[in-house]
Design a protein around this ligand. Structure first.
Ligand SMILES: [Zn+2]
Length: 316
């Protein structure tokens, strides 16, 4: 058996993604089937242009990057809620495109046919499709239906100190100057529509890890493809023009990591993050014995998306 076969042998069968008749709700839905298995995906995101991780209101027409003092440095903060929000939407757009490829028609027909309705983020989730199975959801109303998310995200932080990585008042670059018209077409172009913003500079790095519980091959291959798309789509405020990333996947492993984002920041501070993974000096815990893929071993997984999606659509 190849290492990829060893890896996929520990994952959940694709049948767990199929909608099932549900007591309580009047239609088939996909509640997670917890298999006690997990896959951990570890990587580093590098900003390729200005990035505005902003989770709070600024003052007047100014916006400020989220910051935190951690492990001896002041760092830019990239909160998990923002990562998940973008990636869920990007995963859905990927899903719709795959559905159209398989069905040779527009995605709503695929969704209505297999899940009983279109699935719209965030307020009209179907709780039956692959996206809802992975990210969870809640349908409120007379008969509420909910499903837990199977993806665990963690907040992450810049490796670099904000004195190096943020353009702000007092820094060499100063704050960015933008025109809100680009993102907010309601107002005309006047002085009042200009705004000043802090931004994380290109080249800033954020180590991250994500855990998918009860993962299928489709979940893992789909998540890897989602990262690629989200990097081009953009994260953060004004993501039409900003917040593009390049991601290096360091490891994809069955089981849970025996290290945290904080350990990764420490290793990065020592200039040893990539080497840790190149030399396989990281551990994952799985009762069945973790199978960890590094570097080029991960690539075959990305190629499994189309065939796995086709098999999923067949099984629906
Ligand atoms: Zn859905």
């Amino acid at each position: 058996m190849s290492i990829i076969d060893d890896f996929t042998a520990q994952l959940a069968p694709r049948e767990v993604l199929l909608p099932r008749p549900d007591t309580g709700s009047k239609r088939p839905i996909t509640r997670p089937v917890f298999t006690r298995q997990a896959v951990t995906i570890v990587g580093v995101k590098t900003a390729v242009n200005r990035f505005l991780p902003v989770s709070h209101e600024g003052e007047g027409n100014e916006s400020y990057v989220d910051k935190l003092y951690l492990l001896g440095k002041r760092r830019a903060e990239f909160i998990s809620r923002k990562l998940k929000g973008i990636e869920r939407r990007v995963h859905m757009s990927l899903f719709r495109e795959l559905a159209e490829l398989v069905n040779h028609s527009e995605w709503p027909a695929f969704f209505k046919g297999y899940f009983g309705r279109e699935c719209i983020i965030p307020n009209h989730l179907c709780i039956a499709c692959w996206n809802c199975s992975l990210f969870g959801g809640l349908e409120t109303g007379k008969d509420p239906v909910g499903a837990f998310s199977r993806v665990r995200y963690f907040d992450t932080y810049s490796v670099e100190d904000i004195s190096e990585c943020i353009a702000m008042e007092g820094s060499e670059e100063g704050m960015g100057i933008g025109n809100q018209v680009y993102e907010d077409l309601k107002e005309g172009r006047t002085a009042a529509t200009y705004h000043l913003y802090e931004y994380v500079k290109a080249g800033t790095t954020f180590p991250f890890l994500v855990i998918i519980e009860s993962p299928t091959v489709l979940d893992v291959a789909g998540y890897l493809a989602t990262i690629r798309r989200a990097d081009g789509h953009g994260y953060g405020k004004y993501s039409a023009n900003h917040g593009k990333f390049s991601t290096t996947i360091l490891a994809v492993a069955t089981g849970y990591p025996r290290f945290s984002v904080l350990d990764m920041l420490t290793w990065a501070g020592e200039g040893a993050l990539a080497r840790r993974f190149d030399e396989r000096q990281v551990r994952f815990d799985s009762l069945r014995g973790s199978v960890a893929l590094f570097g080029g071993e991960i690539e075959p997984l990305e190629g499994m998306l189309r065939p796995e999606f086709d098999a999923y659509a067949q099984a629906l």
